[in-house]
Design a protein around this ligand. Structure first.
Ligand code: MIC
Ligand code: SF4
Length: 693
């Protein structure tokens, strides 16, 4: 049967006895690469440490520092030093602060077609631009993968996205993904992988493909992927990693669960309006909007091409007086390249403020707009308050639209730019010297001491699932609640990521400032929500901190994938209204009771919830056997410990057992075996590099 690329990679990595896993049923896969960033990484490594395993068992694991780079107190550098020493001791590569945004650097220096990457960041799918199956997850899932355990996810449906035609000048890759969001919305990708194919993909370089895969996260998708073809090969050559390339694509006439077609010739510049990435309009239809800020950067749009086009537009010109403009190169490699060839000088002369290669304004780490300000950004998320200014209005567009608009001071369709569209050619070979910036694991791990500053607090763990759950509805929220609503980020809160008692004081504060106090006064309780609860980031703190405050269950119309797994991993029941209309029956502060929770969960997926007055509603807890056991134990870490105690086995084996079971062909990479740019022998499927799938 003609197979699509996604299914080829999943099939090769599947750890399962069942041949036919249907979409939605849990599938367990072996993980080849992991990545973490500093805001999720500290917790993930503490969890890995709790499993007692000395060295990661993946083919390659990388720890990046890119989020918490504004150091206004000791906390962030405490985390950086912990991460650096931990990586050296436990077999992990460490990408230093300043080396770039995790997704951009992973694409450049580590990506490998046909492999599975699991990252504790929702934009991990960026490496799908180079033919990887790259999936975002909570830190605990990544910790288990580093311990050699498989990753469980609902078997996705594979949607074929056929690109035809050719873009007009000034129409960017960003406009393709904005078109997807316009058509499908932030819920449209839940449970799906988007696989791009068709003649139109010839029109896209790897970094452009990566932009599309990156922002596929905003569709709620499991991931997005492009084939690995001659365009991928030319990118790998520029990265001095030609030997790590292999050709990989769907079979001729491959079958997809659904099909979407986009004619690139008909596309025009698009923009996402406040406060959701799917609130898409044409730039033309709202042009003229007066701007206060323009930011180019983030893991979506900070590649060489993105900055080169900005340089071309800004050359010998000045940014409008009413606009503050910032520019963030995605990586040191990109930064060095534009510095050497003069593009950076053009951008500086135009008056843009240059920021270090990191997430920066995208996550509210500085550069908050003025009050009520209008900010135009080449980023991927514009949730209310995320910029650091509660009443700012953030619009998302391509670097092309951003640069042209920065000059005029008003939102402008880039096709109205007075000059030609000139794309600077990518360098034949980038600066690929990683020495000292990507630090290799120590060859003498015993001699490395892991440094823990006062910001590193122990991990809180919940007790096992109770017999009966009762408590108040602590908050009732609507549809599309993001993890930024639940656990905000920004420069004040992000430094507390490794200190759960402190960060829990901020849960839901932008929605209801009294939430933490109320949760504590009531010894926890329930959250009631609409559809797509927990969309957006992968931050497990949006489950972990509510768990710390005593939240027992979330009852919602539906959940976003990563957040739902995070809830389970931390022992919070994710309950779905069996009848969505029942959402109306529950109010804030209602007393809810779930009798015999364990029995109910044991005997099926239906869980009956009593509302204080006596009325009953039916909810569904559709979890796999593995997830049910995790919930019984009160979370994944507890479950790992229980498995160990029961079997009397080593933590190493039981940690893996807890998450499923280990296939025979575990990938083992010894320290220093993997070198960016160097080929290596053993692949996850037992193939030799270079052999096609
Ligand atoms: C984001 O873009 O929201 C983040 C910050 O990168 C998060 C991760 C985090 O909260 O640490 C994500 O996308 O997963
Ligand atoms: Fe960083 Fe923003 Fe990308 Fe998240 S979306 S990884 S905060 S640049």
């Amino acid at each position: 049967m003609s197979e699509n690329l996604t299914m080829k990679i999943i099939r090769e990595h599947m750890i399962s006895t069942a041949d036919n896993v249907r979409p939605g049923e849990e599938v367990l896969v072996k993980v080849d690469h992991t990545l973490t960033q500093d805001a999720t990484g500290t917790m993930a490594y503490l969890q890995f440490e709790a499993m007692g395993i000395p060295k990661v068992r993946t083919r390659v694991s990388v720890s990046y520092v890119d989020h918490n780079t504004l150091q206004t107190g000791y906390e962030n550098m405490d985390d950086h030093v912990f991460l650096q020493t931990f990586a050296q001791k436990h077999g992990v590569y460490f990408s230093r602060p300043g080396n770039g945004i995790c997704h951009q650097v992973h694409l450049e220096r580590f990506s490998e077609p046909g492999y599975i990457l699991l990252g504790s960041d929702s934009h991990t799918p960026t490496s799908g631009g180079a033919g990887m199956l790259a999936i975002g997850a909570g830190g605990l899932d990544v910790a288990v993968a580093m311990a050699g355990g498989p990753f469980g996810m609902p078997m996705p449906k594979v949607v074929g996205v056929k690109l035809t035609g050719k873009r007009q000048p000034w129409v960017a890759a960003k406009d393709i993904i904005l078109e997807m969001l316009r058509r499908l919305t932030v819920k449209g990708g839940v449970g799906k992988v988007f696989e791009y194919h068709g003649d139109g993909i010839e029109d896209l370089t790897v970094p452009e493909r990566a932009t599309i895969c990156n922002m596929g996260a905003e569709l709620g998708a499991t991931t997005s992927i492009f084939p690995s073809d001659h365009i991928t090969l030319s990118y790998f050559k520029r990265q001095n990693r030609e030997k790590m390339w292999r050709e990989l694509g769907p079979d001729e006439g491959a079958r997809y669960d659904e099909l979407i077609e986009i004619n690139l010739s008909e596309l025009e510049p698009l923009i996402a309006q406040p406060h959701s990435p799917d609130n898409v309009a044409t730039v033309r239809s709202i042009q003229g909007l007066k701007l206060d800020q323009v930011c180019i950067g983030s893991c979506t749009n900070s590649s060489f091409h993105d900055l080169a086009i900005a340089g071309h537009v800004l050359r010998k010109k000045r940014v409008a007086q009413n606009v503050q403009m910032t520019l963030t190169p995605g990586s040191r490699q990109v930064f060095a390249t534009i510095a050497r060839n003069g593009i950076l000088a053009d951008i500086i002369s135009a008056g843009a403020r240059i920021l270090e290669s990191a997430c920066g304004p995208c996550i509210g780490m500085g550069q908050a707009p003025k009050s009520g300000g209008i900010s135009l950004r080449s980023f991927n998320r514009n949730f209310e308050g995320r910029s650091g200014t509660p009443d700012a209005k953030v619009y998302l567009c391509s670097p092309e639209t951003a640069a042209v608009s920065a000059l005029r001071g008003i939102l402008t369709d880039p096709r109205d730019f007075e000059g030609d569209y000139v794309t600077e050619k990518e360098p034949e070979v980038y600066d690929t010297n990683d020495t000292g910036m990507i630090i290799e694991p120590s060859e003498d791990p015993d001699s490395v001491e892991v440094v823990r500053g006062p910001n590193i607090k122990p991990l809180p763990i919940r007790g096992p699932l109770e017999e009966k759950m009762e408590g108040k509805v602590l908050i009732k929220v609507g549809d599309n609640i993001t993890t930024d609503h639940i656990m905000p980020a920004g420069s004040k809160i992000l430094p507390l990521r490794s200190n759960i008692p402190a960060i829990s004081e901020f849960v839901f504060i932008r929605v209801d400032p009294d939430f933490p106090k109320r949760a504590k006064e009531n010894n926890g309780g329930f959250i009631v929500a609409g559809a797509n609860y927990g969309q957006g980031s992968s931050r497990e703190h949006a489950a972990l901190a509510p768990m710390y405050l005593g939240v027992k269950a979330v009852i919602a119309k539906s959940f976003a994938r990563i957040h739902r797994s995070n809830l389970i991993n931390f022992g919070i029941l994710p309950l779905r209204f069996a009848d969505e209309a029942d959402y109306e029956l529950v109010s804030s502060f209602d007393e809810l009771i779930i009798d015999d929770v364990q029995k109910q969960l044991q005997s099926g997926s239906e869980i009956v919830v009593r509302i204080g007055s006596g009325r009953e509603i039916k909810t569904v807890c559709d979890v796999s056997e593995r997830q049910r056991n995790i919930l019984f134990s009160g979370g994944l870490l507890n479950h790992i410990k229980h498995s160990q105690a029961e079997e009397g086995s080593t933590v190493t084996q039981s940690a893996v057992e807890a998450a499923g079971h280990l296939g025979e062909s575990t990938m083992v990479s010894s320290n220093g075996q993997f070198r960016p740019g160097k080929p290596h022998e053993v692949t996850s499927s037992g193939r030799k590099d270079g052999e096609s799938a």
